[in-house]
Design a protein around this ligand. Structure first.
Ligand SMILES: C[S@@+](CC[C@H](N)C(=O)[O-])C[C@H]1O[C@@H](n2cnc3c(N)ncnc32)[C@H](O)[C@@H]1O
Length: 283
């Protein structure tokens, strides 16, 4: 589909019908044709006082609210928020890779959903028989997520398929097991023993054959270690050791995501039954 047909579809989808003359000749697949089509349609919207597409407006407003809250929490609680921006679409898609992949219904757990940037992509892959639990530490993120599932599309239509827990993941009971656990936690901000505890917890929540997917920003841990003081350097090295051993034993796939700020790796881990403890104690 060329750009002008795409614009046409968006306008039709929002019940905006500019005269055909405005669109004629716009199907030129040259950049000039596309730019001129775009300008003519924008002028039409402006002069005719048609409303801008509602879906676009609500998306922009929703995005602004999402980013505003995220930045406020980065400021208030950097240690547990641990990122400067919510995950990009590419990162979210890579994290949700194993959702909807099995024939049977899946139970999915998202750890640290924040404002719901990854949740949206998990929902997009879920089938009606799948169930999603979200566990989030931060009260303000929990409230915003709740509000999204109460009011906002596409979240609203999954209302019956989800549960939100306001708690640290470490405190979750281990009775419920999951086919897929997706983590957005900023592990590099935590103490080594905390990282080990959280990873063990997330593994203990997996069903046999289940997959844990989590991300790490490319190179940031090593970069931080270069400029950190001695204690922090040791902490980051300890986390590095845990990760290396974990990847050696259990990594089934690694995705490189360049379209994210900063770029990230997504690690997909599947512990084998004879793997012993997947998380070696820190040295
Ligand atoms: C880097 S943000 C990721 C947010 C979102 N998943 C994204 O990708 O945009 C980390 C999130 O993990 C949450 N979090 C941190 N520690 C947690 C814990 N122990 N248990 C549950 N959530 C936690 C934070 O409150 C925050 O929402």
């Amino acid at each position: 589909m060329d750009f002008s047909s795409f614009l046409d579809c968006r306008l039709r989808g929002n019940d905006i019908r500019p005269p055909a003359s405005l669109r004629s000749g716009a199907g030129l697949s040259t950049a000039r044709g596309e730019v001129s089509c775009f300008i003519r349609l924008k002028c039409y919207l402006f002069v005719s006082n048609e409303k801008a597409p509602r879906k676009e407006l609500s998306t922009v407003k929703g995005l602004w609210q999402e980013y505003k809250l995220f930045w406020q929490e980065v400021w208030q609680a950097y240690h547990t928020t641990g990122a400067i921006l919510p995950s990009s679409r590419s990162l979210a898609r890579a994290l949700a890779r194993y959702v909807g992949r099995q024939e049977r219904a899946q139970r999915i757990l998202e750890v640290g959903p924040g404002t719901g940037a990854v949740t949206r992509w998990i929902l997009a892959r879920m089938r009606p028989e799948d169930r999603l639990d979200l566990v989030e530490l931060n009260q303000r993120f929990v409230a915003q997520l709740q509000q999204r599932f109460d009011r906002e599309e596409p979240f609203r239509k999954f209302h019956q398929q989800i549960r939100i827990f306001h708690a640290p993941v470490q405190e979750m009971g281990s009775e419920q097991k999951y086919d897929v656990v997706i983590s957005g936690l900023p592990l590099n901000n935590f103490h080594v023993h905390e990282v080990q505890h959280i990873l063990e917890k997330m593994f203990s929540l997996l069903k046999p054959g289940g997959v844990l997917s989590f991300f790490e920003y490319i190179g940031i841990r090593r970069l931080r270690a270069l400029v950190a003081g001695k204690a922090d350097r040791q902490r980051l090295r300890g986390i590095g050791t845990i990760f290396q051993e974990l990847f050696r034993r259990a990594e089934v796939r690694r995705d490189w995501v360049w379209l994210n700020v900063p770029p990230a790796w997504v690690h997909h881990l599947q512990p084998l039954p004879d793997n012993g403890s997947v998380c070696p104690p820190p040295s």
